[in-house]
Design a protein around this ligand. Structure first.
Ligand code: URA
Ligand code: SF4
Length: 237
């Protein structure tokens, strides 16, 4: 460790002698590539630290957001939850009553069903990332308005950029609509027409499937959801 630092100090002095005021990018890259034990973070650790900061900043913004009228009726804005290094991301619609009270996504009955799907797929909730298209609870559990989905979309976009999962499963019409950017087409979409089809959001495959709240009412469609889950697993590298 001590010798590694001496080596780096030598190199830094060398650059200083040459009159450099900043370090060349190639030198910084080479530090990351060197197997320098716990001396420096690896590129992965470095990215992951940065992403943790980005997600903390984003979540703070969400908790204080007043960009749409849902801010005045919510109890808590509900941020995404899980691993920022998740390979698999689930995008729901909007927080329900339980989520609004607890300030956490998918903790009610639909959430229990989603958790059991995640576990059947071989993951824990901590290993995947679970979030919503709209971060605040719409009163009376109504569908979010298009204006609310648009106002909130930037947060989902940034979450996806930070986590950059290998596969996204969109749960129900609203999430699928939001990710497809189908402005003005919400009424025309039905999830049963969309599931089984794949599309891409920023080159990430998106697999539309039924919302767990729908599955609580239509148990037979659980089989189709399981088929969609298999497709998601096949696409994970
Ligand atoms: N339904 C959703 O779409 N999201 C939640 O967080 C809970 C229920
Ligand atoms: Fe902000 Fe989204 Fe909540 Fe509207 S729903 S107040 S845009 S966080």
């Amino acid at each position: 460790m001590g010798r590694e630092i001496d080596k780096i100090v030598d190199i830094l002095n060398f650059y200083k002698t040459l009159g450099f005021k900043e370090l060349p990018e190639s030198f910084i890259q080479s530090l990351f590539r060197q197997n320098s034990g716990d001396l420096l973070p690896s590129q992965d650790e470095y990215n992951s630290e940065n992403n943790k900061t980005f997600i903390d900043v984003l979540n703070e913004e969400i908790r204080n957001c007043e960009k749409c009228p849902l801010s005045s009726s919510r109890k808590n804005a509900v941020c995404g939850e899980g691993s920022i290094k998740a390979k698999l991301m689930f995008v729901g619609e909007a927080p329900g009553v339980d989520e609004d009270i607890q300030g956490r996504p998918f903790v009610g009955e639909a959430g229990k069903l989603l958790t059991s799907l995640i576990e059947k797929m071989g993951f824990s909730r901590k290993e995947v990332y679970v979030t919503n298209s709209v971060k605040c609870h719409p009163p009376m559990n109504r569908d979010p308005f298009e204006s609310e989905i648009s106002a909130c979309f930037d947060y989902l976009k940034r979450e996806i950029e930070i986590v950059y999962p290998q596969v996204i499963m969109s749960l129900g019409k609203v999430a699928t609509y939001a990710l497809m950017g189908m402005h003005g087409k919400l009424k025309d979409l039905h999830i049963s027409k969309l599931r089984g089809k794949l599309f891409f959001y920023e080159q990430i495959p998106v697999i539309p499937t039924f919302h767990p709240a729908y599955l609580l009412r239509n148990k037979k469609d659980k089989w189709l959801t399981w088929e969609d889950a298999q497709e998601a697993l096949r696409r994970l590298r």
